[in-house]
Design a protein around this ligand. Structure first.
Ligand SMILES: Nc1ncnc2c1ncn2[C@@H]1O[C@H](COP(=O)(O)OP(=O)(O)OP(=O)(O)O)[C@@H](O)[C@H]1O
Ligand SMILES: [Mg+2]
Length: 228
């Protein structure tokens, strides 16, 4: 589903991604870990075509990401669910409207919007507070709203960059469990994090980045690739 083939990226003379080759199969749950500055976010940005690469190629299904036009990239990004550390909710819209907005921009009919938004709100456990505005929500709830927004297009791939970075341990666990649930229901998940607790807890594939290189790529004990 995702193939990085000998990808390198420089900022100026600094090499940030150094000859990265990485494949992720459909329905895998892969954590990208490594210290601050390792290149995790850069890897995610190149994957969604938000940053250009200097060498190699990146494919996501049939999309050849690193050669696509801006317009094609916009359409491509609608096929993936993207979740960031700062939730990027619209402050003047309530939870329901924030998620509905993602569908309105694609011209989805209002009745279908209502049905889909209610569905994802249930998935993330926010159906009871869908009329609340972002300032009335805890960080964990805001992140779950952001995940609902990412889910509403039924993406086959969810990409999350430090989604628990601003959350306390309980809210982090909730977000993590939600990502696992989404994965179980069939979506591929790529999670970038430096949260050691997450990595220790998750019995999933872990790719370690350091100075833009892959140090290791392990399926953790107990992980059975046929499980997913
Ligand atoms: N736009 C940019 N211009 C120049 N250098 C950049 C730019 N963006 C990132 N870098 C550098 O690239 C390196 C990797 O950054 P990146 O954000 O990918 O790290 P990270 O692994 O996500 O770190 P963190 O855990 O802190 O989020 C860092 O040294 C950073 O300073
Ligand atoms: Mg980062």
């Amino acid at each position: 589903m995702i193939v990085f083939d000998q990808v390198s990226k420089q900022y100026g003379t600094r090499t940030i991604l150094d000859n990265i080759s990485l494949s992720v199969k459909p329905k895998e749950f892969v954590s990208i870990v490594g210290p601050s500055g390792a290149g995790k976010s850069t890897l995610i940005y190149t994957l969604i075509g938000a940053e250009k690469i200097n060498q190699g190629s990146i494919h996501v299904d049939d999309y050849h990401v690193n050669v696509m036009s801006q317009k094609a990239l916009q359409l491509f990004r609608r096929k993936i669910g993207i979740v960031f550390q700062d939730y990027k909710l619209l402050p003047r819209k309530n939870v329901f409207e924030n998620i509905a907005f993602a569908l309105e921009t694609t011209g989805t009919p209002p009745l279908l919007i209502r049905k889909k938004v209610d569905e994802v709100l249930k998935t993330v456990g926010l159906d009871k507070i869908k009329n609340h505005f972002p300032y009335q929500l805890s960080g964990g709830e805001q992140q779950r709203a952001a995940i609902a927004r990412a889910l509403v297009h039924d993406p086959k791939l969810i990409v999350a960059d430090e989604p628990t970075g601003n959350l306390d341990p309980k809210a982090s666990d909730d977000v993590l469990n939600l990502l696992l649930k989404i994965n179980k229901s069939g979506s591929t998940v790529l999670l970038a994090t430096h949260d050691k607790h997450i990595v220790d807890t998750l019995q999933r594939r872990v790719v370690r980045l350091h100075d833009g290189k892959i140090l290791s790529d392990h399926k953790k004990d107990g992980y059975d690739s046929s499980f997913n």
